[in-house]
Ligand binder design. Structure first.
Ligand SMILES: [Zn+2]
Length: 323
């Protein structure tokens, strides 16, 4: 006998001819054991064990996953309409659709992505993990070029998730490669946010002591980097040998120092918002060209240094972790 008075059937994932009932928290899903076993070697192993409980003549298996995560994960596997609409690339794994029809990843939402990534990692469903990582690295990339394009290429709709939620996901799903970008994003928040944690999607998320210390120290390093390296060209009047109008160009640089200065507390040295148009009208073409080169080189060097700033392995090792 089953005491399922508290249980709730998830309508979209309750197939009357299903052969297996999964339960997570109080949510129940009646799905197909053979399909799940093909998709996941880990679940195949779990489901091959003799099951003591049954429900409607199906084996009943309890999983210790959050019900919401399991809902997203199972929908990605079983509900093709959901898959087509929300994570179109996934269809290639389930039905022999023409891949080109779904080549471009369309938008998804962070909670869906997080649920699918966590469980596709845990249960070893490689293609779902791969698609999830594509969405995630669009917004937390490993190259400066991709970072500069992230607002145009992102496929996670709505407000950007709290970096603390992404940090947690990166650890849960073992995606170390996105950590420099995520931790960088965290340092753009205030000291109070980093210290006290932040509320996102109705849940308060705290930083652990190690991350808190790393991010607060990195934040100071990044503020200094902006002043000393990224904006160094504004203070390097004697470096441009081909400049023939030194005094007006120096005045132009000085004006740019004041018009482009952020508050001392602000930390986002890679935010690309320098007013080049005004600057171009204030300095000669030789100075403009030298300034742009210096600015670009400093940004490239800072991106290369990010893993070290956050006590992480090298970029080469981090990039290899994204698979
Ligand atoms: Zn000049």
């Amino acid at each position: 006998m089953q005491d399922d008075t508290e249980s709730q059937r998830i309508e979209d994932l309750w197939f009357d001819d299903g052969t297996l009932v999964l339960q997570a928290e109080s949510s129940q899903f009646r799905i197909y054991k053979s399909i799940l076993s093909i998709k996941s070697s880990v679940l195949r192993s779990i489901l091959s064990q003799p099951q003591k409980e049954t429900l409607e003549e199906c084996p009943l298996v309890h999983l210790d996953d959050p019900a919401q995560d399991l809902t997203y994960f199972l929908k990605a596997i079983f509900d093709t309409e959901y898959v087509c609409n929300r994570l179109p690339l996934l269809t290639s794994s389930l039905i022999p659709f023409d891949r080109s029809f779904y080549e471009k990843a369309t938008e998804t939402e962070f909670p869906i992505l997080a649920g699918v990534l966590r469980l596709s990692t845990k249960y070893n469903v490689k293609n779902l993990r791969q698609i999830s990582l594509t969405h995630l690295t669009n917004i937390y990339p490993t190259t400066l070029e991709a970072w500069e394009q992230r607002d145009a290429t992102r496929t996670i709709s709505g407000d950007e998730p709290s970096p603390l939620a992404v940090l947690q996901l990166a650890k849960d799903a073992n995606v170390q490669g996105i950590l420099p970008a995520v931790m960088y994003r965290l340092t753009t928040h205030s000291v109070e946010d980093i210290f006290d944690g932040m509320t996102w999607n109705g849940t308060h998320i705290d930083t652990n002591e190690t991350d808190r210390r790393t991010c607060l120290l990195a934040r100071q390093t990044l503020i200094t980097a902006k002043r000393r390296a990224i904006a160094a060209f504004l203070r390097s009047s004697s470096d441009v040998l081909s400049c023939t109008t030194r005094d007006p160009c120096n005045s132009g640089r000085l004006r740019a120092v004041f018009t482009n200065t952020d508050s001392a507390e602000e930390c986002d040295p890679l935010w690309d918002h320098f007013d080049w148009e005004t600057y171009a009208s204030d300095v000669c073409s030789a100075c403009l060209s030298a300034s742009k080169t210096s600015y670009k080189n400093a940004r490239t060097a800072l991106w290369a240094d990010l893993p070290g700033i956050f006590n992480l392995p090298t970029w080469v090792k981090l990039k290899a972790s994204i698979r």
